[in-house]
Structures are given as C-alpha cells and as structure tokens.
Design a protein around this ligand. Structure first.
Ligand SMILES: NC(=O)c1ccc[n+]([C@@H]2O[C@H](COP(=O)([O-])OP(=O)(O)OC[C@H]3O[C@@H](n4cnc5c(N)ncnc54)[C@H](O)[C@@H]3O)[C@@H](O)[C@H]2O)c1
Length: 325
C-alpha cells in the first residue's frame, strides 16, 4: 500500500514515517511545516508542503502518488492555546480532518489511521482507563480529538471506510537525537528546560490522592507509538469495510511525576537538585493510566521500551539541540 502521512515532518510523524518505511510500506509526507521540519523527512520519501485544509492539493497528491491509505497525524496540540483559540483549533483539527475525509472519499481511499489522545478522557476517576471509559474532554483540544473520532466512525459507517483511532497517552523519547521533540509542553522537556536555566524542576502539586501525592501518568516511548501505527496499517489491509477501532496506546503502567523527575535528575547528573513543589495546575487529573489490553488483542502490539529508554533518548535529543560549550 501507499500511505499519505499528514504531519510526517513533526515529532511523532517522523517516527511513524520511519516505522512504516521499515515495515515495507510506501509513504508520502504531507505537512504544512507549521511546527514540523523538512529535515525530519528521510531522503527518498516525498514531501508535499501544504495544509490539510487544502482539499484540492490533497486530492492531487493522493492521485499523483497513488495513495491507498492515510495516517492522519497533523494537528495543533497545545491544550492551553486551545482554550484561548478554540475556533482555530476546531478549524485545524476538525475542519482539517473533514477536508481530508472529503478528499479520501472523492478519490476512493478507504483506510485511515487517526492520531487521537488520552485528552479525550478528561479527568477519569478509574484505576485503568479503558476505551469504554466515558469521554469528558476538559479542553477544546481534547474535544477536537473526540469529535475527530466521531467523524471517522460516522464516515466508516456511511462510506465503508476502514479506520483505527489511536489514543496516545504521554509520549516521550526519540529514535535518534535529531528526531527529538522540539516543543516544551510535556514533563520530560519541561524538566530539561528548567535544568538548562539553572532552575529546580517544578512539581505541580503533591497533595493528590496518589501514593506519593503527585500526579500519575502512563508514559510511552515514541518508537512504541510508531510501531503501533505500523501494526494498525497491517490490520487495516485485511479489515472489512466499515471497520472502526478505537485503541489506547499506553504501557498500562503508572509513573508519578516525582518518580519521573527523580529519574530525569539521575540520568542527567543532577542528583543534587531538589524539585520545587508548587500549587496544583487547574485541570490536572490525579491519575491517567491506560488499559492496554484491547490494542494487544486487536493489533498484537505491546510496548517494548521503558522509562529509562525514554528519558535517556530524550536527553540525547536535548543535548543535540543545546550542546554544552
Ligand atoms: N506529543 C504528544 O504528547 C501527543 C499526545 C497525544 C496526541 N498527540 C497527537 O499526535 C499528533 C502529532 O503530535 P506531535 O507531538 O508530533 O506534534 P508536532 O507539532 O511535532 O507535529 C504536528 C505536525 O503536523 C503539521 N501540521 C500541523 N497542522 C497542519 C495542517 N493544518 N496541515 C498540514 N500539516 C500540519 C506540523 O507542521 C507538524 O509537522 C497530533 O495530532 C497530536 O494531537 C500528541
């Protein structure tokens, strides 16, 4: 098959491109380079620069490259920004997806893998979040991902699409230093940034109802995220029309913020630094950990990498971009 990978020049997309080409798939990257970078696209992989809001360019690209399936990763992803700019987030994430689905149905492309997020769950009050846990997103960003899943499920029913929506939990790590996350929106790069500035990393609240009082999350290596996409692509090859799966991608293991910060301090040689505990951030749930059984059953996939792999590889990426004098 030949896969159009939207957002393939971004952090996660660049890893998916590599996993899928390694799995023998033909790929073409489609990206507006708003937060992505052309040098993340491997040589030999075509890059079309354009927005998913441009239906004409999407249709032309699909026809010219003989595309038979789409991995839709492109999106805006900052929770705080989405609260301030909901119309922009709905346009980019929801209208963008709708434009893409229009282009797919117009050209007869009927397989899609969609980047969703654990943000669809909001503040789940359960030990392990299954795909049947009620979704109550807390931000416009989370809403756009949930609406995206609904749109895809409806299109699968109406137009015979075959679809997998993957709900990523907390992504970290890199396959190579130059592929690392360049944003500072997640815990691991946020701690690196504080250390770089000579500041103690912050822990937002240590009075949650968790074993050490800090929030618990399910961290997953970006290479595991990427291999799950390849497994989804394989699954969709034989899937009957109308197939629509929603799957968590997590390790099914919770790690507290304090545990992660301590590991990061150890890995980066900052054992002497004492984290600063500040008040809770509004909207942070105490615990969000995936049940990872359904993806194992449906795709035969499970995570291979652990926390130290994530932290060490992310640190390699950080040092690559912030070399010491
Ligand atoms: N990073 C995480 O922790 C995380 C967690 C859950 C879900 N996700 C989802 O994973 C996906 C990728 O996230 P990422 O961390 O790699 O972010 P990223 O910003 O590095 O990648 C997004 C890519 O999409 C491109 N893009 C954005 N809007 C576009 C548009 N309108 N048209 C074409 N290209 C466009 C950007 O240029 C970039 O290359 C997003 O859908 C995000 O919501 C990420």
């Amino acid at each position: 098959m030949s896969w159009l990978i939207t957002g393939g020049a971004g952090y996660i997309g660049a890893h998916v491109v590599r996993a899928m080409t390694a799995g023998g798939e033909d790929v073409v990257v489609y990206d507006d380079l708003s937060t992505g970078s052309a040098d993340r696209v491997p040589s030999g992989v075509p890059l079309v620069v354009g927005s998913v809001l441009d239906g004409e360019l999407l249709e032309r690209t699909i026809r010219e490259h003989g595309v038979t399936g789409v991995v839709h990763i492109a999106a805006r992803k900052q929770v705080g920004e989405s609260v301030e700019r909901p119309l922009y987030y709905y346009r980019e994430n929801v209208t963008g997806l709708q434009t893409l689905l229009d282009a797919m149905t117009a050209t007869g492309v009927d397989r899609v893998v969609f980047s969703s997020s654990a943000a669809v769950y909001g503040m789940p009050d359960v030990d392990l979040v299954t795909e049947d846990t009620p979704c109550l997103p807390m931000s416009p960003y989370g809403e756009t991902k949930l609406v995206g899943e609904w749109l895809i499920a409806a299109a699968a029913r109406a137009h015979g699409l075959r679809a997998v929506s993957l709900r990523y939990f907390n992504v970290a790590g890199a396959a190579a230093p130059e592929l690392a996350d360049t944003g500072v929106f997640n815990l691991v790069p946020m701690v690196f940034e504080r250390l770089e500035e000579g500041e103690a990393p912050r822990i937002f609240g240590d009075d949650y109802a968790t074993p050490d009082g800090t929030c618990v999350r399910d961290y997953i290596h970006v290479q595991d995220i990427a291999s799950a996409h390849q497994a989804a692509a394989v699954r969709l090859r034989e899937a009957p029309a109308g197939t629509s799966l929603v799957l968590n991608i997590g390790r099914g293991e919770g790690s507290s913020v304090r545990e992660m910060v301590d590991r990061i301090l150890k890995t980066t040689g900052h054992e002497d630094v004492v984290p600063e505990v500040t008040p809770r951030r509004p909207g942070d749930p105490a615990r969000v950990v995936a049940a990872a059984d359904r993806i194992r059953a449906e795709l035969g996939w499970s995570a291979r990498f652990g926390l130290d792999d994530m932290i060490e590889s992310a640190w390699g990426g950080w040092r690559h971009r912030h070399p010491r004098d």
